[in-house]
Design a protein around this ligand. Structure first.
Ligand code: 4NP
Length: 156
């Protein structure tokens, strides 16, 4: 199983989602059966570590982030089984890259799996510190829901 998280910059939301899922899979002893990665639709932060505020907040919650920013490529769309986007703008940017329906069907909004339903994972980049914990909590719940979804489909 190969899972890709996508946001705009790949320094706040998607590397955090990657870190949280890896952390949870490790605790479930499933770390080696799933490939997890993240990327951005933009090229703004290629090679960068996640934003300092994202890393600090993740560490306070027990999650260490060491991802380096990279941009989404067309090859990713074939390679990954699930492509989880943080907001509608990300989805639009991803879907522009392919007309293949079987590929488009892999693309979903992260919060489809949030028990506390919501449309988008808000972008914390231009906000204050509280926004980073809000994003952490949203992703924590959404990823729990996603793990349950995979288990219910027999994919984990
Ligand atoms: P992300 O947040 O998409 O969650 O990584 C952003 C990070 C950087 C920028 C925008 C959003 N930026 O414009 O540099």
């Amino acid at each position: 199983m190969k899972i890709l998280f996508v946001c705009l910059g790949n320094i706040c939301r998607s590397p955090l989602a990657e870190g949280i899922l890896k952390h949870k899979l490790k605790l479930l002893d499933l770390g080696s059966s799933v490939m997890v990665d993240s990327c951005g639709t933009s090229n703004y932060h290629i090679g960068d570590l996640p934003d300092d505020r994202t890393r600090r907040n993740a560490e306070r919650n027990g999650v260490i982030l060491d991802h380096r920013g990279r941009q989404l490529s067309i090859d990713d769309l074939d390679y990954f089984d699930f492509i989880l986007a943080m907001d509608h703008s990300n989805i639009n940017n991803i879907l522009k890259l392919t007309e293949d329906l079987s590929v488009q069907n892999k693309v979903m909004l992260m919060r489809e799996f949030d028990a506390d339903k919501g449309e988008e994972v808000p972008d914390p980049y231009y906000g204050d510190e509280d926004g980073f914990q809000e994003v952490f909590d949203i992703l924590d719940r959404s990823i729990d829901g996603f793990i349950i979804h995979l288990q219910s489909k027999g994919l984990l």
